[in-house]
Ligand binder design. Structure first.
Ligand code: PRP
Length: 177
């Protein structure tokens, strides 16, 4: 690990939380048929893999990719664009969107609206991290790993300029000037 990075959530705590979340989700969806897990690329890929492998219920994996259009100077700073859709219809299915982090909330809000319009039997979200201090949209996250302060984090799927995604722990990286 680079010297400039400081561990915020060590690997063991992430593992413990993934165990707990998977156990809760397995109970909540027991007897409901197949759960569709939709991982939001790229950041969720490691969390999704760990969470899914701990589930004791039938499930399948889908991926979706989005990008934010806007910046803080644009007229619509929260605008999100779909880059890659899921491969199968989710109509009538129980769906759980899996994110690495909810920051402003615009990405998850966009995705929940998009997916809700397709008529799933149920639609919930699970995110490893959430920054309550950055929230701009009110979203109900059903399954949450950790609330964290407004710091720049990398590791366990999260990047800074595509670096550090494969660090085993969630680390704080100094904010760029
Ligand atoms: C991150 C993260 C969420 C989104 C959250 O993705 O994975 O999808 O930002 O931000 P918001 O709550 O402010 O909308 P990012 O755009 O960094 O792409 P990546 O997952 O491919 O790294």
């Amino acid at each position: 690990m680079t010297d400039e990075l400081q561990i915020l959530i060590p690997e063991e705590r992430i593992t413990e939380r993934a165990d707990q979340l998977a156990a809760t989700i397995s109970v909540d969806y027991a007897g409901k048929g197949e759960l569709v897990l939709i991982g939001v690329l790229k950041g969720s890929f490691i969390f999704l893999a760990d969470l899914a492998r701990r589930l004791t219920i039938p499930h399948r994996i889908e991926f979706i990719a989005v990008t934010s259009y806007g910046d803080s100077e644009s007229t619509d700073p929260g605008a999100v664009r779909l880059l890659m859709d899921v491969r199968h219809d989710i109509g009538g299915q129980h769906v759980l969107v899996v994110e690495d982090i909810v920051d402003t909330g615009h990405t998850l809000s966009y995705l929940l609206k998009l997916l809700e319009a397709r008529g799933p039997a149920s639609l919930e979200s699970c995110t490893l991290l959430r920054k309550p201090d950055r929230s701009e949209v009110d979203i109900d996250v059903a399954y949450l790993g950790f609330d964290i302060p407004d710091v720049w984090v990398v590791g366990y799927g999260l990047d800074f300029a595509e670096r550090h995604r494969t660090l085993p722990s969630i680390c704080v990286i100094p904010q760029p000037e």
